[in-house]
Design a protein around this ligand. Structure first.
Ligand code: GLV
Ligand code: MN
Ligand code: MN
Length: 405
């Protein structure tokens, strides 16, 4: 079986991690910022050095292509170079660098595949600066319109379109057909490490619903305003945070629910807060249960609002159902892991990935590798070079099986 160059893969990951490096050893490369541009520029340089044809589309997704012998739709490998505000070195970056390493290996071995092979860097996977996440792949797969995505604003009021233009990655061209899609990623959870398994053969991913919640009360003086007359938006919001946690615990099948962002206005020590904005992220393996969780949230918000004398407005801003990857491609991943003699097990992704959207337009599969302590979306996120190399070897061989030679 063909093998990639693990040292070169690790070296590229470490070089990339210098761009937007944070003091605790992580990265901060928020989508469409100057550092995201630097990360993209580095990827484009490396891709061109490898002789790949590089272009980007209207939403800033970058494609680096190695031609095949036949005029077939490409086998695509992708992930994302943007990060969370306190992100790690591997979330997303691993998938893109693993794709690049596969193409470098094909060059080294002078392997001519039948289908072209492309590496994609999808724009704004994280959804931290601009919601929703997985935005570039959503536009590519027709899940969201380009207009909807590029009109979103960050906290400073800068639109996605302005930010994309500013970093010079607003390209042209319509989405193109994809023959098969693979994404390698760190697990971001504890299962592989706990079970001493090197490769996660990903079956699919949890469905998600994201909400923006506005709790509106009334600003008032912290001294003269009696407790019973207050319309304290932060009291309403605090109760909602606990209810969101309660919802996740009450429903079966991998229920998750998180309030990760909260903005208090006017945020002054002696003013009763008149307005709170918060986000809710809900996930489940069952679409029907995910819907019941949403209904619970809406009902609970109305009840808490009434009890706290505030208005709690819940607006859903993103939804995708649980997804099942293509059995034939999942088998390719399992077969590659088995043939390479790597321990492997089936696994479900709790995280969203661009693969979830690609699965709508092409047969899709994912490969997970362990990360230390299962910790991710954290600067201390860590993974072992040998596991990253193993995942990339599985990727190479699954891609070769699909692209043919
Ligand atoms: C992606 O990072 C997610 O929120 O699942
Ligand atoms: Mn990711
Ligand atoms: Mn992430």
């Amino acid at each position: 079986m063909e093998k990639i160059n693990g040292e070169r893969l690790w070296g590229s990951l470490m070089d990339l991690a210098k761009i937007g490096a944070t003091p605790k050893g992580g990265v901060k490369r928020l989508a469409l910022t100057e550092v995201d541009r630097q990360g993209r520029d580095q990827f484009v340089r490396w891709a061109r050095d490898a002789g790949l044809a590089v272009r980007w589309d209207t939403v800033g997704n970058i494609f680096a292509r190695r031609e095949g012998a036949a005029p077939l739709p490409p086998v695509m490998i992708g992930s994302h170079l943007d990060s969370q505000p306190s992100g790690g070195r591997f979330d997303g970056a691993y998938g893109v660098m693993a794709g690049l390493e596969v193409l470098r290996t094909l060059n080294d071995r002078k392997i001519k595949t039948r289908a072209p092979v492309e590496v994609a860097d999808w724009t704004n996977e994280e959804g931290s600066r601009f919601a929703p996440g997985m935005a570039g792949s959503a536009v590519f797969a027709g899940v969201h319109s380009l207009d909807h995505v590029v009109s979103q604003k960050d906290l400073e009021g800068i639109t996605f379109a302005e930010a994309l233009e500013r970093i010079g990655y607003a390209g042209a061209g319509a989405p193109h057909p994809v023959g098969a899609y693979f994404e390698a990623h760190i697990e971001q959870g504890p299962v592989l490490e706990d079970t001493h398994t090197t490769i996660g053969v990903v079956q699919g991913a949890l469905g998600q619903r994201w909400f923006d919640v506005a709790v509106i009360g009334q600003d008032a003086h912290a001294g003269p305003t009696p407790m019973e007359l207050r319309k304290d938006a932060l009291i309403g919001a605090s109760r909602l945070v606990l209810e969101v946690n309660r919802i996740a615990r009450e429903y079966p099948d991998y229920a998750r629910a998180t309030v990760g962002f909260m903005q208090v206005k006017p945020n002054s020590r002696n003013v009763v807060p008149g307005e709170v904005r918060l986000t809710v992220d809900m996930r489940n393996a069952s679409d029907a249960t995910l819907l019941r969780m949403k209904e619970d949230l809406e009902k609970t918000a109305a009840r808490v609002g009434a009890e706290c004398r505030v208005a709690a407005e819940v607006r859903e801003i993103m939804y995708f159902p649980p997804c099942q990857f293509a059995p034939a491609l999942v088998d390719s991943v399992r077969r590659a892991a088995a043939t390479l003699g790597l321990s492997h097990r089936d696994i479900v992704s709790g995280a969203g990935h661009d693969a979830v959207h690609l699965a709508r337009v092409a047969p899709t599969a994912m490969i997970f590798v362990p990360c230390e302590g299962g910790i991710s979306h954290n600067e201390i996120e860590n993974a072992r070079p040998e596991d990253l190399a193993a995942g990339c070897n599985v990727l190479l061989n699954a891609v070769l099986e699909r692209a043919g030679n």
